[in-house]
Write a protein that binds this ligand. Structure first.
Ligand SMILES: [Zn+2]
Ligand SMILES: [Zn+2]
Length: 290
């Protein structure tokens, strides 16, 4: 198995890898790509059901990670979650889904669980925020005693989607009883799509200022490094190959050279439309990071 060595002055790079066939195979795919870190789903992201995660699968995953030295490993929750839903059934299912992933990530030894919170739809903002904070209380109560940090990811902001800026996510985290368990994940494409001009270091600084000011930048733990297929402010979440979208090469470079971000793991979620797209994006990221 090929494993590109990371030169020490480069940041850590990872990809969202498929866990088809079991989580241990995701680690092998990551190692084959020469990744330093990785992200995976523990279940199909478009369904509510969680299949069994056997002790054997957990042991294989842990052994593979130790063998290839992939760290950190990030679990991304399913796409159906809406903690602000007025439908209590939907809301409860979302609470269950996030806590289930915290429990699974804990068994697997993953460091982080990344999630989106949902959409305010017809609710006033304050009420949607309150539902999210109370929902997170239930999530973290159910997952009490687990160690992965729960990271709230910013969104592209379409409709009434929650998390178009970090001020909103920080307020939710501060209103939650388990604030200490909560951190943040910043997605470069979502940031631009939500209308933040994050093509420069100063623009990125403005985006993450609410985290720095109110909770401390050490709460920012993971970067999703994607270019955007849609324009700045589009509110439309479509990822693009690095350097080929609205962020562009200089924009991607700003993300890779921002002093606070550069010490964090960069996870790519760029499109895989043809053979080798993942390796190509990874090469480009490492080039632009030099
Ligand atoms: Zn996400
Ligand atoms: Zn993302």
């Amino acid at each position: 198995m090929r494993r590109a060595r990371r030169s020490s002055d480069l940041p850590k790079f990872g990809y969202h890898v498929s866990a088809q066939g079991g989580p241990a195979l995701a680690v092998r795919r990551a190692a084959e790509l020469g990744l330093d870190c990785m992200q995976l789903f523990t279940t199909s992201p478009r369904t509510w059901g969680f299949g069994e995660l056997s002790d054997e699968a957990v042991a294989e995953f842990r052994a593979a990670r130790a063998e290839f030295g992939i760290a950190p490993a990030v679990v991304h929750t399913i796409y159906l979650i809406n903690l602000a839903s007025e439908d209590e059934e939907i809301r409860s299912r979302g609470i269950h889904a996030i806590s289930e992933d915290l429990l699974r990530a804990d068994r697997l030894g993953c460091e982080y669980v990344v999630t989106h919170l949902g959409s305010a739809r017809n609710l006033p903002d304050w009420q949607a925020r309150r539902k999210c904070a109370l929902g997170l209380n239930r999530v973290l109560r159910r997952a009490e005693g687990t160690s992965p940090m729960l990271l709230l990811e910013n969104s592209a902001g379409g409709g009434r989607v929650i998390g178009r800026d970090f001020a909103e996510l920080v307020r939710i985290a501060l209103d939650c009883r388990y604030t200490d368990r909560i951190g943040f994940c910043v997605d470069s494409a979502h940031s631009l799509q939500a209308g933040h001009d994050v093509r420069t270091v100063a623009g990125i600084d403005a985006l993450i200022a609410p985290i720095a000011d109110d909770m401390g930048l050490e709460r920012l733990r993971v970067v999703h490094l994607n270019d955007s297929r849609t324009a700045m402010g589009s509110n439309h979440d479509r990822h693009e190959h690095l350097g080929m979208g609205a962020l562009g090469r200089d924009g991607v470079r700003a993300w890779l050279h921002h002093p606070a971000l550069r010490r964090l793991p960069y996870i790519l979620e760029t499109p895989i439309e043809g053979e080798g797209d993942d390796a190509r994006n990874l090469r480009r990221a490492r080039q632009l990071a030099r």
